[in-house]
Design a protein around this ligand. Structure first.
Ligand code: FAD
Length: 407
């Protein structure tokens, strides 16, 4: 470890590793630190990602792909199944990853691109001078070090402190947190090419239960419920009830507890000399809770803009504002659209959910985006069209049809 770098990345999750790789490939001198001794372990994730977006960042590799998913099935409270499959949409669906290997491979790629990676190394504070972030204090093997940099990228996940240290408001109210519990089970007996989502206020108040195939008859079976609606219900108890009723023969081999921010975008993700990416910037999707791809996309943007700022010799918010605007125009729009839809759907009764499922049962989806799902809903359910006309207008106004394309 040197005492000065161009860029220090805090956290070696997908957001941090892509930021470090991108900055290193731009010729910058990069240090990425990770507090854990093993990158990617323990995981807090159901490990589902869309294929198209993942492939923009890394070549798929069977070593970290557990299941090649061809479709999803939504099950309403009365058991009505709505299927969306690859052959209907003509598009690709997704993978279920082995993140313990995937995250490590991303970090490896950043190291091969020239970044220095240090594990068992925790950021303990920022060095701030003249209202500018100039580096970090870190703890490595019991010793505190001060390491300076032109830019710090905070990619320290859900429990991020980096933003707060820089005076950025990143706190999430408990009511805006989806609290999750998940088991990795064997003897799952599910179709290994499908992801399943169970809805219902009894099963998962203002949330859902997911079953994602993990290959070899294994599955990630989890639940996420919204803080503001869950009352006394604990996710783990609801998950145990679900398992008992629906998967009595499954054997639990791992457990995950975690939270996903579903508050929508926060006001600021930059300071002089600092950018936040991924969960640290609260960039996960309010409906699905998915954040891997958003973190990777944001990491790439931050790495590129760090290089530009350093080349121009100006790492102030004036220059880093480009990152703020770019992610809001792309990732941020998608998050805001999801938030609009989520805020309506969390108030649906089981009868509403059943009625939606009935109207979608025989729909042939042309693609599997949220907008297509909404369009199909409107076409099929005239009452809903009337009730939700406001959201649909907002949604369209918010211009959903974008995608940040990494090179
Ligand atoms: C139960 C659950 C299920 C989920 N399922 C999905 C899913 O199916 N698909 C999906 O896309 N997303 C899912 N997510 C969300 C997804 O896991 C995150 O959005 C994603 O990991 C964000 O990546 P990141 O790089 O921003 O942060 P993280 O992956 O959280 O990485 C942050 C890293 O920073 C390190 N760190 C933290 N503090 C410090 C410090 N002070 N110093 C050094 N290192 C530090 C951490 O150890 C960690 O390795 C799920 C989340 C949960 C909780």
């Amino acid at each position: 470890m040197k005492d000065h770098y161009d860029v220090i990345v805090v956290g070696a999750g997908p957001g941090g590793s892509i930021a470090a790789k991108t900055a290193a490939k731009e010729g910058l001198d990069v240090l990425m630190i990770e507090k854990r001794q093993e990158i990617g372990d323990p995981i807090r994730c159901a490990e589902g990602v869309g294929k198209f977006h993942l492939k923009q960042h890394i070549e798929p590799d069977p070593r970290w792909i557990c299941a090649d998913v061809k479709g999803s099935c939504i099950i309403s409270p009365d058991g009505t199944r709505v299927e969306m499959a690859e052959e209907m949409s003509g598009g690709e669906v997704g993978y279920v990853l082995e993140r313990k290997i995937f995250d490590r491979e991303l970090a490896n790629e950043s190291a091969l691109a020239g970044a220095e990676v240090m594990v068992k190394t925790r950021a303990t504070d920022l060095i701030i001078e003249n209202d500018t972030v100039c580096g970090i204090k870190l703890m490595h093997l019991g010793k505190i070090h001060e390491v300076r940099s032109k830019i710090v990228i905070g990619a320290d996940g859900m429990e991020s402190k980096v933003g707060r240290w820089a005076g950025i408001e990143t706190a999430v109210k408990p009511s805006d947190m989806e609290t999750c519990a998940q088991y990795l089970v064997s003897n799952a007996n599910i179709d290994q090419e499908f992801c399943y989502f169970y809805l219902g206020n009894e099963i998962a108040p203002a949330g859902y239960v997911w079953m994602f195939p993990k290959g070899g008859n294994k599955a990630n079976v989890g639940i996420g419920i919204l803080g503001s609606k869950s009352g006394e219900d604990r996710p783990i108890d609801l998950l145990n009830d679900f398992m008992e009723k629906n998967m009595p023969d499954a054997k639990i081999i791992e457990m995950v507890i975690g939270g996903v921010p579903v508050c929508g975008t926060i006001d600021r993700t930059i300071a002089n000399g600092l950018m936040l990416v991924g969960d640290a910037a609260r960039q996960s999707d309010p409906i699905t809770g998915g954040g891997i791809i958003n973190a990777m996309n944001a990491g790439k943007m931050a790495g590129e803009i760090a290089a530009k700022a350093i080349r121009n010799g100006d790492c102030s918010t004036d220059t880093l504002q480009e990152y703020e605007e770019l992610w809001r125009k792309t990732i941020g729009k998608e998050i805001n659209n999801s938030l609009i839809v989520k805020e309506t759907f969390v108030n649906f009764t089981d009868e509403d959910l059943n009625s939606l499922a009935h109207s979608l049962k025989d729909v042939n989806f042309t693609s599997m985006s949220l907008l297509d799902l909404l369009k199909a809903l409107f076409k099929a359910n005239k009452k809903l069209l009337w009730d939700l006309r406001g959201i649909f207008k907002d949604f369209i106004k918010n211009d959903v049809d974008f995608k940040y394309k990494a090179e």
